[in-house]
Design a protein around this ligand. Structure first.
Ligand code: CMC
Length: 390
């Protein structure tokens, strides 16, 4: 029969979606029609979450209610904490987060009820509210520090930072510039239409499994170095380069393709111009470094970008910095170890995953995802007994 062959879906629309719009050639990103630059400047992460989930900006009362709902679902069952205790002392936080989110499906069996709109919203609220708690617990576990419980009087971001930073009974005060910076980073990462992890959530969710299992699959996809793991890889790359004088040599090795080296934080499947999120992040970085002091790797990053943007190899292939190029420098300046970087991506992207999951579940044209293949294996042959095999 007639069949399209399209590995990695380069030319196939897998769904209809009304959530996020990208024009990769022009470098445009919009959530529900609102340009990302305006949202980053004027909105807050939870307002953006409401917008992505509901299609419209909330009224003051609606935002208050949503805020209240999210901040009152931040606690996890004590057994979730015990579950996380079981991980090895040096477990990667992203692996802890994906398995813990998968485990949530056993704590909320009502989540199987995916046809019920009210139940769907309860699960979505739980996911958005509990992600920072689980993420912070994964951090404390890696550090060998006791878990800090959520403080529902704080904002979404301040609460997360407090669970990360608080030591003993000290009352850690979150710096307002850092709080706003992380809020902006969360806005920028909240959704990005049909990327690898969102496609995973839709694919797994299309089997009508509960949203915890589906989102856990998305976290798995985001863990990979070509996706959410790229910000971690950027930092490791900058450290490996070590000094501005070593950049030309590094660029040369990338271009020669030896060891299949890539310039991490550069290139994008959809953006063939400057990633609009990277532009905002560069500005946020300056504000953060005024508080934390300059990250010494910044000099290498800026020079690396300058050289790459002038280099024929990158120009010809339309490779520009993406969202991950500068975000890691900010996270490091805020005191996060590199292993936490993909987790810091997963927290806000949970909103996009949930919005897209619900859109898929309520879309009558969607069925279980089941692609076809072009078979390239052996034709029919008869079984060969062991003593007759070569
Ligand atoms: N460094 C060097 N060469 C590159 C890079 C790079 N970062 N990215 C692409 N290329 C080359 C690639 O080798 C190919 O060259 P040629 O035509 O000679 O074979 C050409 O550019 C086209 O690249 P592609 O691999 O066909 O592009 P893709 O759409 O399949 O991959 C990508 C997109 C993001 C996976 C890739 O650009 C990449 O691996 N970048 C580095 C990892 C990274 O920064 N990922 C973060 C993506 S943005 C946020 C997120 O998704 O998490």
């Amino acid at each position: 029969g007639l069949m399209g062959y399209d590995p990695a879906f380069l030319n196939t629309a897998n769904c209809k979606s009304a959530i996020t719009f990208i024009d990769g050639d022009k470098g445009i990103l919009e959530y529900r029609g609102y340009p990302i630059e305006q949202l980053a400047e004027k909105s807050s992460f939870l307002e953006v979450a409401y917008l992505l989930l509901n299609g419209e900006l909330p009224s003051e009362k609606e935002l208050q209610q949503f805020n209240h709902l999210v901040t009152h679902h931040t606690y996890v069952h004590e057994n979730v904490k015990s579950f996380m205790d079981g991980f090895r002392y040096d477990a990667h936080p992203m692996s802890m987060v994906s398995s813990t989110v998968a485990a949530l499906s056993s704590f909320y069996p009502d989540a199987k009820n995916i046809k019920d709109p009210l139940s769907r919203r309860i699960q979505i609220t739980r996911l958005i509210a509990k992600m920072p708690t689980i993420a912070a617990f994964s951090y404390r576990h890696t550090m060998g520090l006791p878990y800090i419980y959520p403080d529902n009087d704080l904002s979404y971001v301040a609460n997360f930072l407090a669970m990360i930073k608080r030591i003993g009974t000290s009352t850690y005060k979150v710096h307002p510039v850092l709080e706003r910076a992380l809020d902006i980073l969360f806005i920028l990462h909240a959704d990005h239409e049909q990327n690898c992890s969102t496609t995973s959530v839709r694919t797994v969710g299309s089997s009508e499994v509960d949203p915890y299992s589906a989102v856990s699959a998305g976290i798995g996809a985001l863990y990979g170095p070509l996706h959410g793991g790229a910000n971690e890889a950027v930092l490791r790359m900058l450290r490996d380069i070590g000094h501005v004088s070593k950049i030309p040599e590094f660029i040369k090795s990338v271009k020669s393709g030896e060891g299949e080296k890539k310039l991490m934080g550069f290139g994008h499947r959809v953006y063939k111009s400057y990633d609009p999120r990277a532009k905002v992040i560069k500005r946020v970085a300056d504000e953060v470094f005024e508080v934390t002091g300059k990250n010494p790797l910044l000099e290498i990053a800026v020079e690396l970008e300058r050289i790459a943007l002038e280099d024929e190899y990158f120009v010809k292939r339309k490779l520009y910095p993406n969202v991950d190029f500068y975000s890691g420098l900010i996270y490091e300046a805020m005191g996060f170890q590199v292993e936490m970087f993909p987790v810091l991506f997963a927290i806000p992207r949970t909103v996009g995953w949930c919005a897209q999951w619900e859109e898929m579940v309520t879309d009558n044209e969607q069925k279980i995802a089941r692609p076809r293949q072009v078979f390239t294996g052996a034709p029919r042959r008869d079984y060969v007994p062991m003593d007759k095999r070569a």
